[in-house]
Design a protein around this ligand. Sequence first.
Ligand SMILES: Nc1nc2c(ncn2[C@@H]2O[C@H](COP(=O)(O)OP(=O)(O)OP(=O)(O)O)[C@@H](O)[C@H]2O)c(=O)[nH]1
Ligand SMILES: [Mg+2]
Length: 200
Amino acid sequence: MLKITNAKFITSAAAKAQFITAEKPIIAVSGKSNVGKSSFINALAGQKKLARVSQEPGRTRLINYFDFGTFILADLPGYGYAKVSKAEKAKWAQLLDDFFKVGGAKHVIALCDIRHEPTEDDKLMINFLYTTLTPFNIVATKADKLSRAQQDKALSVISAAFKCGRGDIIAASAQTKQGYDRVLEELEKVISASDDGENQ
Ligand SMILES: Nc1nc2c(ncn2[C@@H]2O[C@H](COP(=O)(O)OP(=O)(O)OP(=O)(O)O)[C@@H](O)[C@H]2O)c(=O)[nH]1
Ligand SMILES: [Mg+2]
């Protein structure tokens, strides 16, 4: 099993010119604002304050890169936050657009909130990943807020919205660490696939 120790913040990017390139695979974490991207990264790192978590949605406005040893995680700014200006929204859209074009992400962990039916933006994100042939996993966050029976029902709703199988969605909690073993397994596959690629 993939072991993560000593994950470190690398840098932030506000625009294309600040994107980083790396030998290691870059794995991006996407999802609507407040879904739990930063918490997911902290839970994965086993650190409380690596990525900034906020009660207030829309806090992460930059792409924040973290070195996880065998891979790099990019914490993407959350989409779908209503209370920002049009100009700011356009800036985020441009940043995300550029990132998916030239940011070099090998894989995306797409987060959605297990308690809610996926939003139009969530569906657009997944469709975008399908159509651009970007490999991804879907992680449903905040699973600790639901009982196992409720989680089961929620996974049916989410899989129907994304037109995927229930087994394709990992129910996870940054608080209880439910689902993180599966996440680590998926990340391990990405890393070993990228190692193979380099050896060819
Ligand atoms: N109960 C519970 N709360 C969570 C979980 N993950 C995140 N949260 C809470 O959800 C809120 C938002 O978490 P963040 O990690 O900051 O979300 P984000 O997606 O990074 O948000 P932005 O950067 O603003 O887009 C915080 O209050 C977290 O404590 C979880 O697994 N369980
Ligand atoms: Mg964040």
